[in-house]
Every structure is written in C-alpha cells, then in structure tokens.
Design a protein around this ligand. Structure first.
Ligand SMILES: Cc1ncc(COP(=O)(O)O)c(C=O)c1O
Length: 393
C-alpha cells in the first residue's frame, strides 16, 4: 500500500458535498473562506483498493442489479473476526441503505407506535429524529459526566423506566464525546436491557475509528448471552469515508428477530446498491485495514493539536476522545449563551459546527467539531477560535 497522504488538500466545493456545498445555506458561512466542521464525513479519499474496485466497475460500464453477494458477506466476516475478534454468521447480515435506515427498520420491526425508545444523551441527533417521525417516544437517559468523561448511570435509568420502553439504541463508540465503552460497561447495559425487557440496537458505525490507547469491544462479544435481544449495526461508510454510498450492515443472530427484520426489509422493498457493495467489499481487506491504521494515527494527531489549542481558551474544554473524529467542546465555562458562542464560531471564526443542543439532554453547552480534515485546516480552526474568543484570554 502506498502511504496515504492525509495532508493533501482536496477541493470538495461544487461536488454536491453536504458538508461543503450545504454550509452557506445552513450557517451563512461561505465555503470560499469557511471551514466546514459539521457533517460527519472526512475530507480524505478512501483507500486505493476502494477506488480501484469502483473504477473497474465503471470501466466495465454495465450497472445492473447486484447479485451473488458471497464475496461481500465473506469480507464482512473476515473484517469482524480480524479487527474485532467477533465471529459472525455471514448469513445473518442484512444490507441496508445505511444505519439511519437500519435504525428506522428496527423501529418498525421491534416496536409499535407509542412505544418508548431509550437513548443515552447527548447522542447522535438522527436517532431522535427517526424515533419521533416513526411515532415512537424518545426516552432520554442523560449520561453522567465523571472526571470529564461520559458514564452510564443505570440506577438513575432504572428509576426512569415506566414499562412502556421496548428498545434501546446504544451508540458504541459514543457520538458525541468519543467514549469507547468497556466490556464492564456493556455488561451493565445488557443487564439493564434484561431487567426492562428491551431489544438492544448497538450502532457500532464508529467502531473502526479507535484512537491509540483504547480498544473497542463489540456488544455481541461482550455479552453473547443477550443475542436473543441484540441487533448489531456496523458499516464501512464512516471508516472509509463512503457515507454517500449509504450502505450498512445489520447483523442479527437470533432467528426470531431476524425473521421480523426480514419482513420489514421486504415490506420496504430494500435491496442492495451495487456501487456501494463493490466499494464495501474492497474496503474490508488487508489493504483497507492498513489504511485505517494510518488514518487513526493521523486523526489522533489532529485531536491532540485541536485539544491543546482549544483547551487554552479560558472556559472552553474539549472532551478527550477515545474514538471517533468528532471533538465535543464544552463552552459552559465562558458563561456565554449558546447563541453567542455559535455567533462567534460562525461570524467571527467562519466555522460551521453541529450545535450541542441537537444531541439531546446534556448537549446544551456543547458544540461538535469534525476533525477529519487535513491538519493544516485543524490548525487554522484553532487559530480562528482563539481569535474569536480572544477577549477571554
Ligand atoms: C452513530 C451514528 N450512526 C449512524 C450514522 C449515519 O449512518 P448512515 O450514514 O449509514 O445512515 C452516524 C453518522 O454520523 C452516526 O454517528
């Protein structure tokens, strides 16, 4: 593998990029001088094995329906075993149009309108959006903040349960905040799910983006005894920057849950996108693995640079990430309203971020910054932020 050059500045403007070309309409920040640090995709090309696979497909030039997915399934099996020590039944994988789609399908398959769905907040905003749009109830269980890191507080959550809750969505690793949950924490979560008879949907889309020092444990590995209530979700899209391909793996080992999910897949007419499956099959490979190693080291460098510069601003604290490339920055120490923080970020620093309040309870004083961009841009963002908050120095 040639060493990836994550420092290369690739102009994404005018490519229908949500992050770049959608920024001005959302934030009034022009892509000509602004820094898009919101939508969770990366400003890097995927590994060459992925581009080659897509190029071969395009060179062939016939784009009919995808069939014979044996190689695709085998690549998932190989990756999960090799990278995560998780042996899967490759026949238990459903290919959905991404994991937000997978979440929506799980709600249809395993809950009824009006049922409660447990989220540990602050958490990825699309979960609540999909739950509400499906006519289910969001049950927000706030994470506790202990010495600057998020923890789950099951005694408090036990007291919150009413019996109407049917499903919980775990984000592992956690977005935002970047917690990589330990096997002990996952065990406590499994016991909570058993106590309240909940189906567990474990969204592990960020599980390959683990920073040095942390180790991801798949829920299915930590707690094999809950396989009769467990739905695992993984994807190549965050890991390899293929988010536009909208493809995800929903892996269900329990035959009854699998049957219910399959019925909903059929009812919604979901079948695979051939471009996505060509890309995903190539990604889950030794070449893809070497690229991910290099990526995680690069992201760790970005994180260190960002944290050092941002934490030097009085009253501003960036949470120490264990995984993901999504910095989670608390502005509560500035004493400013969120609207003033956002005004400074957009108007003065000309940066677009995700607003903390959109992640649910506990996110109100935070803003989320995407660090998956060439390091020079991270350095530029830090400099602009220090200027925008210079009066606090
Ligand atoms: C936890 C989590 N799940 C799902 C997604 C998006 O998944 P998809 O693009 O496959 O729908 C994201 C994107 O940031 C995410 O953070």
């Amino acid at each position: 593998m040639t060493t990836p050059d994550f420092d290369e500045i690739i102009d994404r403007r005018g490519t229908h990029s949500a992050k770049w070309d959608g920024m001005e309409a959302y934030y009034g920040v022009s892509p000509d001088d602004g820094l898009p640090m919101w939508v969770a995709d990366m400003d890097f090309r995927p590994p060459a094995c992925v581009t080659r696979a897509l190029q071969d497909y395009i060179d062939h030039g016939v784009f009919g329906y995808f069939g014979d997915d044996a190689a695709y399934r085998a690549s998932i099996g190989w990756w999960m075993q090799e990278r995560h020590g998780w042996q899967i039944d490759t026949g238990a994988v459903f290919s959905t149009h991404g994991l937000v789609n997978g979440t929506g399908l799980c709600l249809q398959a395993f809950t009824e309108p009006g049922d409660g769905v447990v989220l540990f907040t602050p958490v990825y905003h699309a979960f609540a959006r999909v739950i509400r749009a499906a006519g289910r109830k969001v049950v927000e269980c706030p994470l506790a903040l202990t010495e600057g890191r998020y923890e789950m507080d099951f005694a408090a959550y036990d007291a919150q349960m009413t019996g109407n809750e049917k499903l919980l969505i775990l984000c592992s690793p956690h977005n935002p905040g970047g917690r990589v949950w330990s096997a002990e924490e996952l065990r406590a979560l499994a016991d909570f799910a058993i106590r309240h008879d909940l189906v567990v949907v474990s969204d592990e889309i960020h599980s390959d983006l683990i920073l040095p020092g942390a180790r991801h444990v798949p829920m299915a590995v930590a707690c094999p005894d809950i396989s009769d209530r467990l739905v695992m979700m993984t994807a190549t899209t965050k890991t390899f920057n293929l988010a536009g391909a909208h493809v995800g793996n929903v892996i269900i080992h329990d035959p009854d849950l699998r049957r219910r999910f399959e019925t909903v897949m059929t009812a919604n007419g979901i079948s695979p996108n051939s471009f996505a499956l060509h890309a995903a099959t190539a990604a889950y490979s030794p070449e893809g693995a070497a690229w991910v190693e290099a990526l995680c080291n690069y992201l760790d460098g970005n994180r260190k640079l960002f944290d050092e510069g941002i934490n030097a601003i009085p009253g501003v604290t960036s949470m120490k990430l264990e995984g993901t490339y999504l910095a989670w920055v608390d502005f509560s120490g500035t004493g400013m309203e969120a609207t003033e923080v956002q005004r400074r970020i957009e108007k003065d620093a000309r940066i677009a971020v995700n607003y903390g309040e959109s992640f649910g309870l506990g996110g109100e004083t935070y803003q989320r910054f995407n660090l998956a961009t060439p390091r020079a841009r991270v350095a530029e963002a830090v400099e602009r932020m220090q200027k925008a908050f210079a009066d606090l120095q």
